[in-house]
Ligand binder design. Structure first.
Ligand code: GLU
Length: 298
């Protein structure tokens, strides 16, 4: 099977310029290799995901000439796959219920704890006797399910960021409201969809160690990773979907003009005024040559 590339937005707002730029890079990386490209909606959070946003995201991607080879997949329809993965991890003793409240987690995570990154869960519930803990969970005490990561350390090579490493904490697999966590779903889906290289925003680089550990524990292949530097707002701030700014609609210009800005920011076009479609950029694209720094909107 020809390995695929993908773009996996959460439908929680219109795509901002940073997400559109990442989508463009992911699409160009796949198409310049003659590869397939897939769209996946990461709509696991029912409170924040909306089908109207999916429709806007699809229409904005299309306006730039980004296309995909199969009907978009929605994570909200794939719970059975995620449940199976959790069962498998549980059978290997790698899952435990966690009864900590948010406040307890915040407090515990702010204390220093060895090699784990700041904010990591320090494993408070990992030491509970398993039989008793599972009994509490089964009788309905509110709990999340966490991975027993055993402090494993992961080293990998990111195609754009170089060598990276990270210690994995006991992160959440299933939230206390029953929603499967992004880290689990993304790993199951990237494998199920045959993704050869994950191209996504640099804000997710720190999630990669967790995902590689999960792939190992679930005996799934590890794809390549390329984390694309972010687009920052005029004051150097991160763009957020919820801010609603810096979108195709808010720019109020023909999509070809926005595409020209994106292409220019990637070193793929001189100051072009308009690039008709993403396909015009395929011939000159080389993932290894995109700028390694974030770009600022002016
Ligand atoms: N759903 C994530 C987002 O919208 C992207 C996840 C990924 O590409 O792995 O930021």
């Amino acid at each position: 099977m020809n390995r695929a590339g993908r773009f996996a937005p959460s439908p929680t707002g219109p795509l901002h310029l940073g997400s559109l730029r990442t989508a463009l890079v992911a699409w160009l990386a796949a198409r310049s290799q003659g590869g397939r490209f897939l769209l996946r909606f990461e709509d696991l959070d029912p409170r924040r995901s909306r089908s109207e946003y999916e429709a806007i995201q699809i229409s904005d991607l299309r306006a730039l000439g980004i296309d995909w080879d199969a009907a978009p997949v929605r994570q909200s329809q794939r719970s059975a796959l995620y449940a199976r993965a959790v069962e498998r991890l549980r059978a290997e003793g790698r899952v435990y219920p966690c009864f900590c409240s948010r406040a307890e987690i915040r407090e515990a995570a702010s204390a220093p704890h060895g090699e784990l990154p700041e904010g990591a869960y320090p494993g408070t519930c990992a030491t509970l006797a398993p039989a008793q803990a599972w009994r509490r969970a089964e009788v309905g005490e509110r709990h999340a399910l966490r991975l027993r990561a055993e402090g494993e350390h992961v080293v990998w090579r990111d195609r754009l960021l170089g060598e990276r490493r990270g210690s994995v904490d006991d992160f959440v697999l299933v939230r206390s409201d029953g929603v499967f966590a992004y880290q689990l779903a993304v790993v199951v889906d990237d494998a199920a969809q045959g993704i050869g290289e994950v191209v996504r925003g640099a804000d997710l680089a720190d999630s990669t160690a967790r995902q590689i550990l999960l792939q190992r524990l679930l005996a799934l292949p590890t794809p390549g990773y390329a984390h694309v530097p972010l687009v920052l707002g005029p004051l150097g701030q991160r763009l957020a979907k919820r801010d609603g700014g810096a979108t195709l609609a808010s720019r109020g210009e023909p999509p070809g003009v926005t595409l020209a800005w994106l292409a220019h920011s990637l070193g793929l076009a001189q100051d072009a005024e308009c690039v008709a479609s993403a396909s015009a950029l395929v011939a000159n694209f080389d993932l290894d040559r995109i700028p390694g720094h974030s770009v600022k909107l002016c």
